[in-house]
Each structure stands twice: as C-alpha cells, then as structure tokens.
Design a protein around this ligand. Sequence first.
Ligand SMILES: Cc1cc2nc3c(=O)[nH]c(=O)nc-3n(C[C@H](O)[C@H](O)[C@H](O)COP(=O)(O)OP(=O)(O)OC[C@H]3O[C@@H](n4cnc5c(N)ncnc54)[C@H](O)[C@@H]3O)c2cc1C
Length: 491
Amino acid sequence: MANETRLETDVAIIGGGGAGIPAAIEVGRAGGKAIVLEQADSCGGTAAISGGGCCIVGTPLQKAQGLDDTPDIAFEDWVKWGQGAADEIWARFYLEHTLHDLYHWAESCGVKWTDMKFQEGNRVMRWHRPDNNGLGLMTALIKTADSLPNVKFMTSTSAGKLLTRNGRVCGVTATNGKKESFEIHSKCVVVATGGFNSNLDMILENRPEFKAFKVMEGSGFGATGSGHKMIRELGGYFTHMDHIWFYVYATPDYRDPKGRRGLVFRLTPGYIWFNQQGKRFHNESLTGGASATPAMLRQNPPHAWAILDTPMTAKMEVADPYYRDGDKVRKDKVQELLDNSPYIKKANTLAELGRKIEVDLPSFTSTIERYNKAFDDGLEREPEFGKSLKLSKKFDTPPYYAIQLFPLARKNFGGVKTDLHCRVLNKYFEPIPGLYAAGEVAGMAGGHINGKAGLEGTMLGPSIFSGRVAGAWAAHEAGFGPGFVGKPNRP
Ligand SMILES: Cc1cc2nc3c(=O)[nH]c(=O)nc-3n(C[C@H](O)[C@H](O)[C@H](O)COP(=O)(O)OP(=O)(O)OC[C@H]3O[C@@H](n4cnc5c(N)ncnc54)[C@H](O)[C@@H]3O)c2cc1C
C-alpha cells in the first residue's frame, strides 16, 4: 500500500461520459458523495463528440409538428428493428421514461432540444437533437454535476482494478497522469467506461470473420473496453457481444499513427458508391447500419469507393473533432484530408479516376453516364436503385474524387447484463454485490437494449437514462435517496 493515496466516498463512478455524468448527478442529488474517475483530461467521453441525438417519445417538439407518438408505437418499431434481439423489458422501461426522465430532466439540467431528424426504422421522427449536439448536451450535464458540492472529479485518472471485500465490490484502484496511485474505497461502484470500438483486437475477437478484411476503429478514444475487463474479472455475464453497429461511409484516418481509426462522413448529398467491380450496389441515401452496412458487406471485397465531384465535396461533413469546431465543419481540414489521404484519389476525368481506383472501367463510366442521364431526363429518382435526386446533382465538375470506404465499428449493442437497477449480473443472473454498470459497457442499458439494429438516438439516450438509474440505485444502496423513481409516460 506504500505510495497509494486512500480516498473514501459513497459511490465511485468509473467514466465521465454519457452514463457516468448522469450517475454522478443522481448520487449528488440524493445526498451521497461521488468520485468520478475519468482517464481523459476532461469529462465528456464519446457522448461529447456524438451527434447528441436521442430517441425520445411524446415530446413537445413532436407535438409542435403534429406527430402523435406513444411509447407503444415506438416499442413496436424498436422491437421490429432490433430483429428479435432487443431486451424488450429494458426497451419498454426506457421508452416510457424518455419524456419526463430524459427530455424534461435534461432540460432541467440546461439542455435545449432544438430539432428532430428522421431515422430509418422509425414511423415518425423521434431523433431529438440538443443545441450544439453531444458537446452542448454534455457541457450542460457536466456543469450540473460540477455544481453539486459532494461530486468530485478526478480527470487524467485511469481506473485499474475493482476492489472486493467478502465478495462485495468496495472500490477501485486508479493511477493519474503524474503516476500517482489511488485506492478509492466506496460502498458501491458504477462502471460507465463506454464501449470497445476503439480497440480493434476486441472487435476482431468478437467478430472473427472480419480478420480477413479491413475494418476500422470508430468510437471515442476512451472506448477501449477497459471496464469490460474489470467486470469480467469479477464474473460479470456478457451478452450479444457480436452485435457491433458498423457504419460503411467511413474512410481510414491517415493521420492515425497506428492506422486503425476511421473517419465518418455520412450522407454527403450526391455521392454514389462503387464496388471493386465498378458497379453501384445500393441506394446511397439509405446509410443506416441495417441497410447500407449489409449491402457493403455483401460485396467482394467488402469495401467501396464513394465518388464525388468538386461541388459535392463542399458539403462533406467529417464526424471527428479534428474536422469540426463544435457543430461547424472545418472546410480547410476537409480539403486537407481530400488532398493528403492515400485512401482518396483525385482526377480531372471520370475515366482517369476509374483507372486510379482500378475498378472495371467500362462498367464504372457507363454507370455514371446512366446516372447523369437521369438528370437530363428530369427524373425524380435514378432508375437503378431508386435514389431520390432531389439533393443530388450530375457529375460534371472536376476534379473528381474517389474516397475509399471500409466498415467502421461505431457502437456496441451488447455488453454486460444488468437488472433494471443496473446491478451487474453474474452467469447465474444474480447481482454481484456493490457493482453497477450503465451505458455502452452494458450494451447501452441492461446488456442489449437495441438488439441487432438501433433506431438511432438509441445509444446515447439509453446511456444517459441507465446512468441515471445506476446512480440512483447505487446511492440508495449506499444509504442515500429512494433509488430511481422517475415518471413513466402512460395514458
Ligand atoms: C462520432 C459518434 C457519434 C455518435 N452519435 C450518436 C448519436 O447522435 N446518438 C446516439 O444515440 N448515439 C451516438 N453515438 C454513441 C454514443 O455517443 C455512445 O453510445 C455513448 O456516448 C455511450 O456513453 P458511455 O457513457 O457509455 O460512454 P462514453 O460517453 O464514451 O463515456 C465513457 C467514459 O469512460 C472513460 N473511461 C474508459 N475507461 C476508463 C478507465 N479505465 N478509467 C477512467 N475512465 C475511463 C472514457 O474516457 C469516457 O470518457 C455516437 C458515437 C460516436 C462515436
């Protein structure tokens, strides 16, 4: 124990992201003491770089647009989209609580919901965007947690191992950037360390079929599965771990020294995708993980080229902090990417571009000619895959670009199994005393709330919600507050 500082608290929370911060707010508001351990130099996690979209039902924003949505309708969409693999109890629990315990609760913490976006699989718009996306949302929640006198933050501090005494979790070890070591002793621990999609080894371990192809890491930098390891050592039961949500509109991040990370540029209006045989294979306006991903994975090899002309590149949005300034796109950085990435080719003619990317040239050029003709013919949709041409244009302005796309692991739909109090369960489905998990380490909530596919907004929303639930019950077990009560939205 030499050189280790011993700290005491009621609840230790590992991870200061989408789930950890709401957990801290609950503990603090219940009157308990919390220490939040965050390995990065500031809190926020993947949640802070996320789109911030949350799937919420029955909101004032929906009503203002005349949308009549209920937890029952949303539940049907959710279960159908999850292809029979969603945890229906957790899905119901979440959906009924989104209005009061996510939408209005977040507003009470200073979050402003601004607008909605339609997402595949939903019958109505439910994806609610907060002001300034994930950064705006997390900034408000962190400020709220920070205002509670009994919540302490230890940033640049990585949690190591869970501590146990008499079969009960009673704290965690940690080390900070100055190589100082700590033992944080607590009555309960909440693990909120996020997913593992920034750990390629773990991705391949859970999806070994990808070992033969290039796949990329694509979550926040902290999503390395460290919490999974801690929980596994204590016998936590993991489920649906192969349910990884891959996106396919991503290109390797050539600036990553390890060559593992990818950059997402979703739904660039106008672009079309080609396989290595020089053929289109999908309606590129459908970019979801349940539509575009299986389409690309069926190609041989499973990668593609996104083709753009110069005006289209002006609309490219790269979802990575280096390419953004809050919710604004840094166009200079996007141009830097286009000019420097070895995975992006540029040419003054389409034929020259086809030669550079080594696709079947006659097929490539004739496909683009046919696509262009749809504009000459004044069609609303191009005939091959029925893509709407409303936001698209002809390929007519060089230089032309081809951006190589590979599957990118974005979100973990599987994780450690928990009960409705977020207590971590072992293989006998009994709680491990003192141990709670919330957010992506728990497959967003409960182990596998989404199933095989998510309606979108169904990662961050359940992470925040399960963080609240875990924090409230951990505080209760530590002797503070009634546990999670909430207000379901029922007729
Ligand atoms: C670019 C991007 C956009 C997204 N957009 C959306 C969206 O619009 N809507 C949606 O629903 N979902 C979205 N998601 C997914 C969503 O952001 C995550 O599922 C959610 O943030 C998970 O919350 P979390 O608290 O579990 O993890 P995180 O928010 O990642 O927080 C985990 C924290 O734990 C810390 N940590 C990890 N290990 C340790 C350790 N050993 N010690 C100390 N700290 C540790 C990490 O540094 C991190 O800060 C997006 C994901 C990405 C990558």
